[in-house]
Every structure is written in structure tokens, then in C-alpha cells.
Design a protein around this ligand. Structure first.
Ligand code: NI
Ligand code: MN
Length: 222
């Protein structure tokens, strides 16, 4: 069984007993939802969706302390390599096999937060389970194509203003044809206030998806 732990904002840990641990967008220091520090994180892979501070976060510190591999766009990966860190550069549309399965990099309509390049999302095949992490993005109808991947879980931003809001995230869940959706990127600051219960109600009324609200610090096993 895979375990996904939400650390608040856009930070998730994906792990399975005795297997590699993957952390997504490790924003900890200024993340009001967690008291965990970079020193406390044990990870083998660090996925970074884009260079904004609330996503790249403490990726470099965690990479250095764990000799972990950053997986991100070419621009962020080359920057990390330039600082002596392990990084695997990828780009949108690309797929690569890793010891745990594979990663495919998806489109995300958002700023890259670094000179050149794009923001991205990831589909992660982790020991047979398919997890879509949308990154920071607006809604796009090509999510229907990502839905062809046979997803187990989609992680979607709902906080509006910088990303999709609740109503667009409900449409995203229907495009993705995902059995389970977990919301993120909300209630970190007043500008992205959103009610996950409202999202859950709308998703479960209007789509076939089940919504699991994972409070920060808690986990979901699947
Ligand atoms: Ni961003
Ligand atoms: Mn963000």
C-alpha cells in the first residue's frame, strides 16, 4: 500500500514501506501548515513543479542532506546540478523510468519561476499506482488526455487567484476521470482561502470522483 502524506500547501510525501520516498514541492520553512524542517525530511527523490518559492522551497537543502535526486524541468535541474546537487532534467511530455516506476511530465499553465522554461505537473507511476500532481495550473481541457492514464489519485489545487479555484478543479476532476481527488494549495494565505468541504461536496455531486480531504500532517493510504 502506498501512503501519501500532506504537509500543507503543495507539499506531499509519497512512500511505501521499504521503498523510495518521494517529496513533492517541499515548501516547509514559510509553510504555516507544517512545523517540519528540511533537516527532518528523509527523501530519495524531490519533484519540483516550478521555481516559485512556495514550490521549490527547501528542495536544495533536502537534496544535499539526503543525496536525493531532484526531478524537475531542465532549467531547475541544471541550476541544481550547477550547485553540485543530483538532478534529473525532464520536460513537458517526457517520460522516464525510475526504480519505483515512471514519471511523465505534464503541462501546467503557470509561470516557471526561473528564467526560461515552463511550470509543470507530474504523473507518477509508483509501484503500479498512478498519481497526478497538477502543480500550480489553471484548468486546461487536455487534462482529458491525462485522464487516459488510469489514474488512482489526482492532487489538484483549489485555492483560486494563482491557480484553479474550486469550480474549475471540479471540472478538472471530471476531465481526469479519477476515482479519488485530494485538494491542495488553499488556506496558506488569505489570498488563496478556499473551503475544501465545498470542493468535496461539488466534486461528489457533479463527478464520479471521491474527494479525500487530507488535513496537513495526515496521510491517506491507497
Ligand atoms: Ni506558483
Ligand atoms: Mn504556488
Amino acid at each position: 500500500m502506498a501512503v501519501i502524506t500532506f504537509l500543507g500547501h503543495a507539499c506531499f510525501l509519497l512512500e511505501e514501506e521499504g521503498k523510495e520516498t518521494i517529496i513533492f514541492d517541499p515548501f516547509l520553512k514559510e509553510n504555516p501548515h507544517t512545523t517540519l524542517t528540511a533537516e527532518q525530511i528523509k527523501a530519495d527523490y524531490i519533484l519540483v513543479s516550478h521555481g516559485h518559492f512556495d514550490h521549490i522551497g527547501e528542495a536544495y537543502e533536502i537534496a544535499e542532506a539526503n543525496k536525493a535526486t531532484i526531478i524537475s524541468t531542465a532549467e531547475i535541474s541544471f541550476d541544481a546540478q550547477g550547485k553540485g546537487l543530483n538532478a534529473h532534467p525532464m520536460n513537458i511530455g517526457g517520460k522516464f523510468n525510475f526504480p519505483f516506476g515512471w514519471i511523465k511530465v505534464t503541462l501546467a499553465f503557470h509561470g516557471s519561476g526561473i528564467a526560461g522554461g515552463h511550470a509543470c505537473g507530474f504523473v507518477v507511476n509508483y509501484y503500479g499506482k498512478n498519481i497526478y500532481f497538477a502543480g500550480d495550473t489553471g484548468l486546461f481541457s487536455d487534462m482529458k488526455l491525462i485522464g487516459d492514464t488510469n489514474l488512482d489519485i489526482a492532487l489538484l489545487p483549489i485555492g483560486d487567484n494563482f491557480t484553479m479555484g474550486i469550480d474549475d478543479a471540479v471540472l478538472a476532476a471530471s476531465f481526469l476521470n479519477t476515482p479519488t481527488v485530494i485538494p491542495y494549495h488553499y488556506n496558506t494565505w488569505p489570498i488563496i482561502e478556499a473551503d475544501p468541504e465545498e470542493f468535496k461536496k461539488k466534486v461528489e455531486t457533479k463527478t464520479h470522483s471521491k474527494c479525500v480531504i487530507v488535513p496537513a500532517g495526515e496521510s491517506y493510504t491507497f
